[in-house]
Every structure is written in C-alpha cells, then in structure tokens.
Design a binder for this molecule. Structure first.
Ligand SMILES: Cc1cc2nc3c(=O)[nH]c(=O)nc-3n(C[C@H](O)[C@H](O)[C@H](O)COP(=O)(O)OP(=O)(O)OC[C@H]3O[C@@H](n4cnc5c(N)ncnc54)[C@H](O)[C@@H]3O)c2cc1C
Length: 398
C-alpha cells in the first residue's frame, strides 16, 4: 500500500525535527519524517560537541551569524521550558602568540556587528574564569556560550512532535529516489507527497540531485575525533577553552569542552575521510570511496586553505601532535593527561565544485514543491530553531 503525506521530510536530525516543529506552529498538518536509522541522533546531531555557540565567529552578512545568535537564545529557552540539561559556563578564546591578537580583535568586531556579546579580557581576568588557560596578553570571553546534551534535545523534540498527533516519524526508512510525479521510493515502499523537504545531512547532495537541484555541489566528509582529560586532571578546564581559529576554514581548531556529564573533551579534529559514515577507519568503504578520494586529491592541489588544513589535521592522528596543540591552550597539560575516547562524528562539508571552494555558510535551495538544506554545518545545531523559521518562510512563500 502506498503511504501518503502532506509534507515529506527526509532526515530526523536537528534540521528535520526543528523544521517539522516550525511547520506545525504555522498550522501545517500531515507531516511525515522518514529516517533511515532506527533512532534519532545516529549522525551529526547526536555526535557533536553539544556546544551552544554564541555567534561570534561569523561575519554579520552570513546566515550563520544571523541564526546562531538567535538560535542560541531559542534553544536555551527550549531547554529551560522542557527541564533539559543546560550548562551555562561561557567560553574563552585564547591567543597562542602576538600574531593571533589580530584574529582575536577581528572576532570581537564580528561579534559586535552580529549582536553577540564578547569581551576582550586581560590575563588576570582570564585566570579568574579559567585558572589554567594561557594567553598572549589578551583573550576573548563569550558569556553566552553554553553546553547541552544533544541527544536529550532531539528526544524532547521527537516527543513534542509525536504528541501533536500531526507528525509521524518512520524509522528504518531510507529515501532511495523518485518515481514519477511526487512519489518517493523508499526502503519501505512508495510514499506520495505534496511537498518535500531534504534534511538528510551528509546525504543531502545525493537526495537533491533527484530533484535536479545542486548539481554543482558535492559533499565531502571530515571526521571529528575527541580525546578526553583523565578524571583527576579534569579540574584544568571549567568550561570551554578555544584557540583563535584560522578564519579561512570552517573548523575551530582543537579545543576543550566540559560536557554536561562533567567530562572534559579535547577536539574535535576535522580529518578528511573516505566515507560519509566512516566513523571507524574504512568502515564505510564503497564505490563512492574512490570519488571521495579523487575529490580530496583535486582540492588538495587546487585549494591552498584546504591543503594546509588537511596536512595539519592528518597530523592529529598522532597523539604527540594532538597534545602539542592542546598544550598551547593549557601549558600545565602533560601527555598522560589525555586519553582516547570512542566519541566521533562526521562533518559533511559542501564544496562548490566549479570553484573548488568550501561553502562556509548554510545553504538551502528551494525548487517548486521542494526545499533542500545542503550545508547544515556547525553551528547548525545551535542555529537550528532560527534556521528552521527561515527555511519555513522560504518553503511557504509562493
Ligand atoms: C564532530 C562534530 C562536532 C560538532 N559540534 C557542534 C557544536 O558544538 N555546536 C553546534 O551547533 N554544531 C556542532 N556540530 C554541527 C551539528 O552537529 C550539525 O551541523 C547538525 O547536527 C546537522 O544536523 P542535520 O539534521 O542537518 O544532519 P544529521 O544530524 O546528520 O541528520 C540527518 C539525518 O538524515 C538521515 N538520512 C540521511 N540520508 C537519508 C536517506 N536517504 N533517507 C532517510 N534518512 C536519511 C540520517 O540518518 C540522519 O539522521 C558538530 C558536528 C560534528 C560532526
């Protein structure tokens, strides 16, 4: 029997769930979400650092700046309303040497322009917030950065959606393609829809191609691995300690985050890998591995920022190199303080293939009857509720 839906959403990550919630608020009923996994949170939305960013990194003309600042506030309100864990520790960004001060002041300026709170602090003020962190002369303090439990947030969203009686989530159901007009082929049979939303994260480019959308884009996967501080040394970090990032790249560099479970993580890395779900070395080996390898190779030669980042990130497979980067933030750190963890996530990064450039902002494309979220990169978790409002505005506009 053919399943029917008003709006069919592919993907039950934070993007799909918050878009469904926003549609509900606007009176849309008959929403069906299909999810290929057996639960929510199997990919990026359940495997991230759980940091609610405050929006200080991005230039004010970007979606990231707009949606992160508002999204931070909305997600905090959601956590408070639902009684979910919310650790409001703030965060410091430290400069390893004089050359990083320019980047620090640039972040302060971006924050001011985007409406995010950020304060330049001296070393004495830093030592009151993070007694074990080091900086060259000045640091940046972001009081609105917080930490949540991403899976807890996803579960609360699912509960709210399902309780409405107007949203159904079908797990273990993969979108496989289209057959004829407004009918999707899924692993559980045909599903008809009036409108379609692609929120499939790491697979968003492939789903979009079925609609003839986004053919100039390719997704490349980057693996984020974490180490953790041993329990008896976790006092070295109270909240979040970050370096000044290379602003040419979308990744923030190795940093320390105290999770809601009180475990201090260091990471994540952003190492190019060969499968969209390659969490363990080569566990996602397929024919596509060869095209991913090819694309990584082309970018390596054509894009200097990618080349520098890839070389640097590959080195982080070595504990010694990882440790050297982490020690810049906390000079007291000893090699034995860090231990391996099984926490790992994959960041799907969109590449604009004709220009061989990484797309650094969120990207969504609307076509007649369908909407495609193509680049829900970090901080898409933080930004999700504000992003969803924008996505639904676009989706419902004639
Ligand atoms: C290591 C790491 C750390 C991060 N840290 C942060 C952070 O601290 N703060 C922050 O704001 N953001 C962070 N992010 C980014 C954030 O997690 C992601 O941007 C966000 O979760 C993307 O959500 P999504 O719903 O678009 O994708 P996903 O969570 O990947 O969800 C997509 C869903 O679609 C499903 N799907 C895919 N293809 C199909 C198909 N064909 N049929 C059916 N279902 C399908 C998948 O199974 C998946 O469940 C981090 C990301 C990573 C990887």
């Amino acid at each position: 029997m053919k399943l029917k839906s008003g709006v069919l959403i592919v993907g039950s990550g934070i993007t799909g769930l918050t878009i469904a919630r926003e549609l509900l608020k606007r009176g849309v009923e008959d929403i069906l979400i299909i999810e290929k996994e057996k639960t929510v949170g199997a990919h990026a939305s359940g495997r991230n650092s759980g940091v609610l960013h405050s929006g200080i990194y991005y230039t004010p003309d970007t979606f990231k700046a707009r949606f992160c600042v508002v999204g931070n506030r909305l997600l905090k309100e959601f956590c408070r309303e639902k009684g979910l864990t919310l650790r409001e520790t703030g965060k410091v960004i430290v400069a390893s040497d004089e050359s990083k001060l320019e980047g620090l002041y640039e972040l302060k300026q971006r924050a001011n322009q985007s409406g995010a709170r950020a304060f330049i602090i001296d070393r004495k003020e830093l030592s009151e917030i993070e007694p074990h962190a080091a900086t060259y002369d000045k640091a940046l303090f972001s009081p609105d950065t917080a930490v949540i439990n991403p899976k807890e947030v996803l579960r609360a969203l699912v509960e709210e959606l399902e309780n409405s009686g107007k949203v159904k989530i079908l797990y273990g159901t993969a979108f496989l393609g289209l057959s004829g007009n407004r009918t999707s082929v899924s692993s559980q049979g045909a599903i008809s829809f009036k409108k379609f939303i692609n929120a499939s994260g790491a697979h968003a480019d492939k789903v979009a191609y079925w609609f003839g959308v986004g053919k100039e884009y390719r997704i490349l996967p980057f693996k984020g691995t974490y180490k953790s501080l041993k329990k008896d040394r976790s006092y070295l970090v109270r909240g979040n300690i970050y370096p000044v990032p290379d602003l040419r790249n979308p990744f923030l560099g190795v940093h320390f985050t105290r999770s809601v479970e009180d475990k201090v993580y260091a990471g994540p890395t952003a190492i190019p890998v060969f499968g969209r779900e390659d969490y363990r070395f080569f566990n996602d080996f397929s024919l596509e591995t060869f095209s991913i390898l090819f694309r990584d190779g082309v970018l390596f030669f054509k894009n200097e920022a990618f080349r520098c980042s890839a070389i640097n990130e590959f080195k982080k497979y070595s504990m010694r190199f990882f440790f050297e980067e982490a020690k810049v933030l906390i000079p007291e750190l000893c090699p034995n303080d860090l231990e391996d963890t099984d926490k790992v996530g994959i960041r799907p990064q969109l590449v604009h293939w004709p220009s061989k450039s990484l797309v650094t902002d969120f990207l969504l494309i609307k076509e007649e009857g369908s909407l495609h979220v193509l680049n829900a990169i970090s901080p898409a978790f933080t930004s999700s509720m504000a992003f969803a409002k924008h996505a639904v505005d676009l989706f419902m506009a004639q």
